[in-house]
Design a protein around this ligand. Sequence first.
Ligand SMILES: Nc1ncnc2c1ncn2[C@@H]1O[C@H](COP(=O)(O)OP(=O)(O)OP(=O)(O)O)[C@@H](O)[C@H]1O
Ligand SMILES: [Mg+2]
Length: 508
Amino acid sequence: MTKILIIDDEESIRTMMRMTLELDGYEVLDAEDGPTGLAVFKEHAPKIVLLDVRMPGMSGLEVLSRIKAADPDTEVLIITGHGDMDMAIECMRKEASNFLTKPISDELLSVALKQAMEKLALKKKIREYTENLETLVREANVELEKAYQFRANLIENSPDAIVSVRKGGEIVIFNSAAEKLLGYNKSEVIGKMNIVKLYPPGEAKRVMKDLRSTECGGLGILKKREGVVVHKDGHEIPVYLSAAILYDQGQEAGSVGIFTDLTERKQLEKQLLRSEKLSSLGRLSAGIAHEINQPLTGVLTFASLLRKKFVKDESTRKDLDIIVRETTRIRGIVQGILEFARETPVRKQPIAIQDVVEQTLNIVVRQERFFGINLVKDYDQSVPEVVADPSLMEQVFMNIVLNAVDAMHGSGTLTIRTRHDSDWVMVDFQDSGEGMPESVVDKIFDPFFTTKDSSEGLGMGLGLAVSYGIVKNHNGDIEVDSQVGRGTTFTVRLPVNPPSETGPVCEV
Ligand SMILES: Nc1ncnc2c1ncn2[C@@H]1O[C@H](COP(=O)(O)OP(=O)(O)OP(=O)(O)O)[C@@H](O)[C@H]1O
Ligand SMILES: [Mg+2]
């Protein structure tokens, strides 16, 4: 039942209105002055108030103000007498809903209340709509935020580097993969750096030109192609690059580039090429070496015999010495070629790699060229055994150690470290020698590549090619890290549990 409060100092009016309103089905409360009325209002919170504008003590205007302050939705109908028009207008300004002039007829009262009720209902509806709308807006915002977050996550967590720029090249998006690939932090580039710096000179311009042409995948699109980007430290990184122009209302607003790191792939390709080159060269040289070996043995045997025969003829003996020495050198070369072609049988067995390193060192450290070298050993005693041919591994380590000694030219430090993880046992040979430029590193595993003076019999360029072949034959790998003037580290890696040579054993 709707509650109505009547505040009027005239009792007759209160009684008359109470009767009419109760008949119309309202619950009626009344008060004879402002303060009492406000107290009743506070206690019962009626939705409609009939308020006499002229009362002794607190004025109707004041009561109206306080009611509206307490609950602005209350419908306050003002009751006025003749001559109170100014006051009534003032009340309407203070958001009274209507006014009734005394004497009040029953019908007029009923109509006015009906209107007040309708207004109340309307207000309620508006309130509900507003609340509903607020919920809808809130929900829409949450959805929007989610969609935004999802997209941001997608970009941030992409395995490919994503870099987006405004028109002109200022970087605005730089995801984690881009940080990893290019070595910059987001905070160093976003809003601070131009994309031009991420490419070799002139390349950014070329990419933009291709993007704006129709020839590389369509207007505004650059289809995946190989390219190069520049790391923070200046080195170039091979990548797959694809890009697109971003438009805003038909206008070019910026562009986005996606980069996939090709370093590992390029290395694999290089390895594959090296293996192929080695195996075809190996087959060819093995054939030639065999052919040379036979007559060579003949020459060496007869030259040695002749030397004995002319032992007293010094000049002839000296000439024959030269023949013997040079032929012996040729035999050494042939031996090297045969080894390179893996003509020697492989005998694999479980071995402690540290022991092989020690055996190798025992042989080399006695050589004069090792005297000025400071040797540091850093062995991890928990390294597991590997299955390998000890004499072949010794040959590999010997090659690497002698190269290191050569590179240090009589003084420096050679650090030999053993370590392991769950899959690999690794031996690092770190020297403080002259180091190599990238152009040399690229070729060191090529057979017959040497920077040493081969005419003086210093290097044949077979050491690393042979070593590489041996290690590959053990399912391992040789890695190299070198800096000119600072030194080189060779890492030999062998598998902890090499695949069985005889294939899997099946239980029947
Ligand atoms: N530790 C190193 N520091 C600097 N350069 C190196 C190092 N190891 C190898 N090299 C370079 O790699 C080249 C090839 O090495 P590799 O062992 O295959 O042949 P070599 O030592 O020249 O001759 P060989 O081993 O047949 O006597 C060397 O000539 C040298 O230029
Ligand atoms: Mg060598």
